[in-house]
Write a protein of this length. Structure first.
Length: 150
């Protein structure tokens, strides 16, 4: 791991195909995406390489965060690589690689985010609590897919 990365992972008690699918359809993402207390409003969504997801994350304090994601690699059901910023062409956009590894009937999810600079990584970690936010996001994913699997 480099000084520009944040790595968050979790083992989820649900099959890999279901965990992967939770990232591929907006009807799923809108139910779990984001840290605790956040909600998401999607404006556009197309899950293909080069496709985009434009959305607003609504913080528990009422703050709106415009977000934009484009997928740069999709290897179902093993890996998703994406570029994430506020808008298309955002010079501060960062890359995230999600890997999904089957572990018996469970799935190990790894979310590796690489920022353009160490300073941006440090700001994300300190100002925006990206590490805890990533853990909460994977926790929300786990709660959603384990409820869905039942």
């Amino acid at each position: 791991m480099t000084d520009r990365e944040i790595l968050v992972s979790r083992t989820i008690d649900a099959p890999r195909d279901l965990v992967f699918e939770a990232f591929t359809e907006v009807r799923h993402l809108s139910r779990w995406w984001g840290p605790d207390g956040f909600t998401t409003t999607t404006h556009a969504f197309r899950f293909t390489v080069g496709g985009e997801w434009t959305f607003v994350m609504h913080g528990p304090d009422g703050t709106d965060y415009p977000e934009w994601i484009t997928w740069t690699e999709i290897v179902a059901p093993e890996r998703i690589t994406l570029l994430h910023g506020e808008t298309p062409g955002d010079p501060n956009a960062f890359e995230t690689v999600l890997t999904f590894t089957a572990d018996g009937t469970a799935t190990h999810v790894e979310m590796r985010t690489v920022f353009p600079t160490k300073a941006q990584r440090d700001e994300a970690a300190e100002k925006y609590h990206a590490i805890e936010g990533g853990r909460q996001t994977l926790g929300n994913l786990a709660a959603y897919v384990t409820a869905t699997a039942r």
